[in-house]
Design a protein around this ligand. Sequence first.
Ligand code: ACO
Length: 326
Amino acid sequence: MPGMTLTHLAALGHHQPPHVLTNDDLAGLVDTSDTWIRQRTGIERRRIAREESVTDLAAAAAGKALAAAGRDPAEIGMVTVATCSAVDRCPSVAAQVAARLGIPAPVAYDLNNGCAGFTTALATADHAVRAGAARHALVIGAEKMSDVTDWDDRSTCVLLGDGAGAAVVSAGPPGGAPAGAGEDRPGVGPVVWGSDPSRGDAVRLLGAWRPRFAQDGQAVFRWATTELAPLARLACERAGIAPHDLGGIVTHQANLRIVEALVQRLDAPRAVVARDVVESGNTSAASVPLALSKLVERGDVGTGAPVLLFAFGGGLSWAGQVVTCP
Ligand code: ACO
């Protein structure tokens, strides 16, 4: 849209706690096996935070993104942390991260949209920067799912992991795009988002006292593999790009079978597909920025490449957009 401020992802960062929990470790806790977990979910291991809190994970990822962006903390006008596992209500995790990083006066708040939290927060930051409410925003997805895991429930404890990913969203068009490609295309594309509250019971994290993650796994699996591909395609259409031209796809890392089914229905042969669920498990709102940051760090997707982000989960909710890789 002429005259509208464009935004772009300026930099990314991620952090995972050092402790690795393998499928064999889990087989020592509940009645499961490495073979079952690999076959049904693709997960081989996940990271579990011990002393680290959601704030620790978020601040570590955010500090790396801020340093990579080369921004002074005083330039950051907005800090958002997407999380559904944080135990702190006030100050928010975002306010705590801002204090730790020396960001002096941002609007800082937490956002809970389950596993779709990061892409939802990215859209709200994009909108705020476009509207001139901030020039640079720090958007973080951070989860300590191990705090809300029912370690006696073999159908869910094998899925979850801890971690964080972060992005700096800045005003202006993306730099580094190949000449002629995407000059008029925003670095953060239009969001496709929504929810189906009538199916909210399919994923639950209820109550104040020891809330525990529970889900109707088969219902979520059916929904994700049959209803979400058209919405992901719509995010490409709104960004003015054919799936065929995507350089990368980062879906919510819920289960490798869901990732493969979604990608297959998108027909994007050139796209590098994030499969971080194999080594990180399902880290809820952290999964998309964590997987994206790793793809970029490894050089699997190059600067300027269009990457589809698409997250979904509790709500049931979804949010996705095409971004230009920093
Ligand atoms: N080890 C061994 N057996 C198990 C385990 C386990 N860890 N968990 C369940 N089983 C058993 C069940 O008891 C069942 O046994 P039964 O046939 O004797 O009753 C059998 O395995 C099959 O169970 P299903 O639930 O049918 O297994 P399914 O193939 O559907 O896989 C899974 C379950 C992995 C949870 C799958 O449904 C799934 O991934 N769903 C989507 C989950 C998701 O994406 N959630 C995200 C939403 S929110 C968020 O991301 C935070």
